[in-house]
Design a protein around this ligand. Sequence first.
Ligand code: WT7
Length: 633
Amino acid sequence: MMLRISNLREYETAYRKSVEEPENFWSEIAASFTWKKSWNKVVTWNFESPEVKWFEGGQLNITENCLDRHLSTHGDKTAIIWEPNNPSEKGRTLTYRELHEQVCMFSNVLLKNGAKKGDRICIYMPMVPEATIAMLACARIGAIHSVVFAGFSAQSLSDRIQDSDCSMVVTSDGAYRGAKEIPIKEVVDEALRVCPTVQRVIMLERTGANVRIDAERDRLWKEEMGKVDARHEAETMEAEDMLFILYTSGSTGKPKGVVHTCGGYMVYTAYTFQNVFQHRPEDIYWCTADVGWITGHSYIVYGPLLSGATTLMFEGIPTWPDAGRFWQTVDKHQVSVFYTAPTAIRALEAAGLDYVRPYTLNSLRVLGSVGEPINEEAWHWYHEHIGKGNCPIVDTWWQTETGGILISPLAGITPLKPSYATLPLPGIQPLLVDANGKEITGNGVEGNLCIRYPWPSILRTTYGNHERCRTNYFATYPGLYFTGDGCKRDEQGYYRITGRVDDVMNVSGHRIGTAEVEDAINQHPDVVESAVVGYPHAIKGQGIYAYVICTKEHENVDMLREEIKAVVNRVIGPIAKPDKIQIVTGLPKTRSGKIMRRILRKVAEGDVNNLGDTTTLLDPAVVDAIRDGAISG
Ligand code: WT7
């Protein structure tokens, strides 16, 4: 049996053991999975290279643990409930047996179309069960999936496909998102013009949109599934073989491909899913993320399926047809565990209680929050109006790079404190350091959040560029994994994440690098230079504020702003569009040419009378001009 924690004393015992005897601790947990061959060594690691290996010598296939293993005991249990975008369209459910069969069939489709173990396969799909089937089929044949969120632009998609030399793309004709229909296949066609490594596209028909089919390259999901049989023996994988690549933004350069491997990721996502949400077999579990993000990978697909849970996949958006959609869906499917992002909570709170009142919400037992700091106001609204005061809220802090939740309450066990992620999970050794890397000990302190010991689902590398992994996460504070987050530890030892301390923004729970947005803005022909910062935004958490220098004076500044937004939309996607664009004639630079973002952040925040020391600037006068032209409100 998996080590299940059911009270605070057990948590403390498990935590102590995980620190004192980490190898015994994790090998006992790992032993509850199906391995084709047991491991020789639980962990080997150093944070200098860095190199981390878990369960080396062990062999497994994660999909046998997600699927095959459950068939004899609960093959007829619902694995996936699918709720479509349009509430009047009929949904679907798949039992574990049906999901297993679909995954085996699609594994055969991939093989028949030339995919091999170790190949990279890009998945660019809406939130339909086939997205999960495609991910699991990749894992089953030993191909490495790279899921790209279907809101990203053709250019973002082709960047990601090229970076990992994908040989295949799995996609759909179109996608429904609220009242909109999105031409997914068109985006893929455009992206693939510059992706010569892609030999094959498999397209699911979702909307019936009229799309161009390349007779050489493209195949239809339905037709291919009709040609294969339903038996497939899962490929044998080494514990440290790559399971997937997922691209995420950093403070510099293009998004990087975070790499997770089979064994450690499996053990950690299942362990954390079961303990954080205190999973019960009868739960109906709903995580509202998209499978294009790590939350979808770990807590829609792998964690729940490894645990034999019923996981709900929702295709739509929270505000369509109206702002009651989440609550209607909770009642309709009798959801007991509901996991969403603060930005959604704030948006639905702003829509008003009239959208909540028609629903009982009495199936709910546990609420979760993820993606950004949850402000106290939103926490209380969620607790009172959605949880009716009797559902614990697990505020789960983690990252794409961590693979699973690192700091979080255990539902109903850890005492809660609004806006605090509370305590580290077993196996996680957080510490706070100051700017010089010196550990800040004791309680009632604040610093940069680091982790001193590996856990099974820590990233192993960034695809194709190990040095980037080293410099990004392991070089700032030698010997430690640096998260990029600032953090408080209160008098009780509870952790509260305060937000990024690097040039990464968190917009509606999406991670966006300032440098990425600047590069996109600079593609506008009239733009000379730009600087982007985040600023507090009531719904999104952070909004995007861009300062832009142009080659010439524009008569119609509003039109210029719209053009710049359109460029960003085309280069990255709608999630990265700046909220505010201020045209400036100069940027505050130091004598060495470095932009002083501190000043730009202050102006964007509206704190123009508190700009601090500006004497080191090359030309202090630019600050006055920027202050005078600031966009408020
Ligand atoms: C960054 C990671 C991992 C899930 C989705 C986001 C912020 C995430 C919390 C939380 C405060 C949070 C951090 C982190 N973040 N969860 N509960 N409280 N901040 O994954 O895109 O890799 O972003 O999101 O700043 O570093 P991601």
